[in-house]
Ligand binder design. Structure first.
Ligand SMILES: Nc1ncnc2c1ncn2[C@@H]1O[C@H](COP(=O)(O)OP(=O)(O)OP(=O)(O)O)[C@@H](O)[C@H]1O
Length: 416
């Protein structure tokens, strides 16, 4: 058992004036990864917040903590117990004061008291529970029933170095990326995806366990629910992609000069039926029939062979008319930034509130002109953007619009 350090790190920075749709004004981390207890206070609402410090100092940990202000497993998709400070005695917690326009909101999340920190919950299927305990959320002092409530009034979006291989790795990563963006626009999508996956597992397990002896009425009922949730998932993805296309096609000013226009398409059987004009209710029926036909094969493989859990997101570098996976590393990064910025503008337009953006190690990979363009675009978004890097010089073009913090030695302190 490690003695708990009670020395709170009080940090203050001075911000540029100007109300944002969404800004973090304070953040407190308790027994969270490399932090025993840390508190950042941001005076006012800066459009950009920059964390600099050496490798391994804890910059990404701060962004990850902020990503828990959204439903889901955070930007590292960590298991619930994994973020508990190693060796600490007690549950982890993240608390933030937000300003939604001029409305203050207090948000707290963490693992329930009494849960075993560090327990292995890698197999957790749900976002908010696992063997290590359950993720609890309090908004303005009230405990809410589900982490999904975190998506109701604001959204959080991120870009991390782990996503650099998004276009060349397995479709599952792109599907998750797509669904995360869809949730940012339509919060109910997370409930639909979770319900779809839950009922699919139940149906697959039943078929694998009972095979030809499974009660057809029971399997049929599960498939009907699978088709219902699957059709909702597919419809939301298509609707989102249609909306985003408009924002991808019209980057303006600095954004247009620095980041390529992207096109995207959703490659999925159910989405394809709907894209070809089939009404969602008919597509749902077609999926139900398809599942019934596939029972024998699915019983043998233990998986459903068709459905929204197989969907891929195709991204094309529009000026080169080239699939993103064939583009250079730098071009792929620029496409990811273009997608993230277009999505932020879409969310701002449709939800009336720009997202909180978390950009981990993004600026260092861009040339000076693209960096300046990125900071200019971010400063104009109505949400707040948190950026990280090892080198302050990289953020020179953001000096007038950013609050800077040093992350070093387990502390986060305002930089001069
Ligand atoms: N559960 C944990 N308990 C204690 N420390 C942890 C835990 N998880 C991660 N760490 C520590 O956090 C540190 C990594 O922090 P983080 O990834 O935030 O660094 P960073 O500043 O972003 O580094 P880089 O510039 O290399 O990306 C490592 O030293 C790691 O050992």
């Amino acid at each position: 058992m490690t003695a708990r350090r009670e020395d709170e790190q009080e940090m203050a920075g001075r911000a540029k004036a100007g109300p944002l749709d969404l800004a973090v004004t304070s953040l407190t981390l308790t027994r969270y990864r490399s932090y025993d207890r840390a508190r950042l206070t941001l005076e006012g609402a800066a459009p950009l917040v920059v964390l600099t410090g050496p490798n391994g100092a804890g910059k990404t940990n701060v962004l990850e903590a902020l990503s828990y202000l959204a439903p889901g497993r955070g930007l590292r998709r960590a298991a619930l117990g994994e973020v508990s400070r190693f060796g600490a005695d007690g549950p982890w917690a993240v608390a933030a004061d937000l300003m939604l326009g001029d409305e203050p909101v207090k948000v707290g999340t963490g693992i329930e008291a009494g849960a075993a920190p560090g327990a292995n919950d890698d197999d957790a299927d749900e976002d908010d529970s696992g063997p290590a305990g359950r993720r609890l959320v309090r908004i303005d002092g009230e405990t809410v029933g589900s982490t999904n409530a975190l998506g109701d009034r604001w959204s959080v979006s991120w870009l991390t170095p782990q996503m650099d291989r998004l276009f060349i790795e397995a479709p599952s990563g792109r599907r998750r990326f797509l669904d995360r963006l869809v949730i940012g626009l339509y919060p109910d999508h997370s409930r639909q995806v979770a319900a779809y996956e839950r009922v699919m597992r139940e149906r697959n397990r039943l078929l694998a366990d009972r095979g030809a002896h499974a009660d057809p009425a029971w399997v049929g009922a599960l498939e009907a629910r699978m088709a219902e949730h699957g059709a909702a998932v597919a419809a939301a993805r298509l609707e989102f992609a249609g909306q985003l296309a408009g924002f991808l096609a019209e980057p303006k000013g600095a954004e247009a000069a620095a980041f390529p226009e992207a096109r995207l398409a959703i490659d999925g059987w159910l989405e394809g039926l709907m894209a070809d004009g089939m009404a969602p209710v008919e597509a749902e029926a077609a999926y139900r029939d398809k599942l019934a036909e596939a029972r024998r094969v699915d019983a043998a493989t233990g998986r459903a062979g068709t459905g929204p859990h197989k969907t891929d997101l195709l991204v094309v570098h529009a000026p080169k008319d080239m699939p993103a996976g064939l583009c250079s590393t730098g071009e792929q990064k620029a496409l990811l930034i273009a997608l993230t910025l277009a999505d932020a503008r879409l969310v701002a337009a449709h939800r009336g509130r720009a997202p909180l953006l978390l950009l981990d190690e993004v600026a260092a990979h861009l040339d000076a002109d693209r960096r300046a363009a990125l900071f200019a675009v971010l400063s104009e978004l109505r949400g707040q953007c948190w950026l990280t890097g090892t080198d302050r010089a990289v953020f020179e073009a953001a000096e007038t619009s950013a609050l800077f913090f040093n992350v070093e030695g387990g502390q986060v302190a305002p930089a001069k």
